[in-house]
Design a protein around this ligand. Structure first.
Ligand code: GTP
Ligand code: MG
Length: 304
């Protein structure tokens, strides 16, 4: 993204992070807020592994959103990296959106988040997501439970999935941001490269189709990415799994699992590149890569 040096009068702008426990709907909400699918989503916890920056610009100004991995008790080095990536955004932003679900109680992960919030003095909006799954009474009770533990700048209820309450939230965000310049070109959308987005789309299909511990041990590495005028783009990618016994599951009977992941991912990547794609997938094993510092680094799980 190119940084614009011009400064517009009376425009609002700033950085906003989305935090919360895994699976609460942070990535779904960020995609809604910018009106495009950039971050992958799934019903499996710990889908997002790195911080993802996106930009929303309209005549009110510009919001830079940071989607983050869910806060959880890390069980390996990848988990440590993820929690660090989420926590570090808290010192870089103007405003925090803390997402919870209507039935959530203040338990270990919530205590962890509260302790992070207490370290800074930034305004926090409590966002009760998945309001479509609960009655108004549960939503109000949830807000009361959380408001008893932290002084929120605002509380709101939304459904990121259905889009309900999302424009009202966008307005609340603009109301809270300072006047400032457009940090990025108004056409900017994300800091993620096409390679990174393609790899994530493949990982999303793996998360959606594989079960138990297998998808959590999957990483995707783009081996080659060739775009040529007038020809389908050729992308070769490897699905990395952490155990030999997972390899066969990822390939599936007669290659059926790999075929499903590949054809669904190809459709998404074709939409992204706006043209035909020839996607070739391979499966590799890198034993216990989630606990191997060098492997994590080479797979892109490193601090910027
Ligand atoms: N019913 C309902 N489901 C939702 C809503 N928002 C998100 N979901 C679902 O919740 C699941 C998790 O959504 P994600 O956006 O991947 O959650 P996340 O907080 O980014 O999760 P991590 O990346 O693992 O931390 C997905 O199956 C979404 O479709 C909502 O408003 N209502
Ligand atoms: Mg996510």
């Amino acid at each position: 993204m190119t940084i614009l040096k011009t400064c517009e009068n009376k425009m609002k702008s700033g950085f906003v992070t989305l935090i919360g426990r895994p699976n609460v709907g942070k990535s779904t909400l960020m995609n809604r807020l910018i009106g495009q699918k950039i971050a992958i989503t799934s019903n499996k916890a710990q889908t997002t592994r790195t911080r993802i920056e996106t930009v929303y610009t309209d005549d009110r100004g510009q919001i830079i959103f940071l989607d983050t991995p869910g806060i959880h008790r890390a069980k390996n080095k990848l988990g440590d990296f993820m929690v660090d990536a989420a926590r570090s955004t808290l010192s870089e932003v103007d405003l925090i959106l803390w997402l919870v679900e209507p039935e959530d109680r203040i338990e270990e992960k919530e205590e962890q988040i509260l302790s992070y919030l207490e370290e800074g003095r930034l305004p926090v909006i409590l966002v009760v997501n998945k309001a479509d799954t609960a009655g108004a009474g549960s939503v109000a009770a949830c807000q009361t439970r959380f408001a008893a533990r932290h002084e929120f700048a605002e509380c709101c209820a939304i459904s990121a999935l259905k889009g309900e309450g999302v424009e009202a939230l966008r307005q609340l965000i603009f109301d809270r941001l300072p006047e400032g310049p457009l940090y990025y070109d108004e056409d900017s959308l994300t800091d993620q490269s096409l390679r990174e987005l393609a790899a994530e789309m493949i990982r999303e299909k793996a998360l959606r189709h594989l079960s138990k511990e297998v998808p959590h041990g999957i990483a995707v590495e783009i081996e080659s990415f060739r775009e040529e005028e007038g020809r389908p783009a050729v992308i070769e990618a490897s699905l990395i799994c952490e155990k030999e016994s997972h390899k066969g599951i990822v390939i599936g009977k007669g290659g059926s699992m790999l075929k499903t992941i590949g054809s669904e991912a190809r459709r998404d990547i074709e939409e992204l590149l706006e043209g035909p794609v020839n996607l070739r997938l391979f499966v590799k094993v890198r034993k216990d890569w989630r606990n191997d510092k060098a492997q994590l680094k080479s797979l892109g799980y490193r601090k910027p």
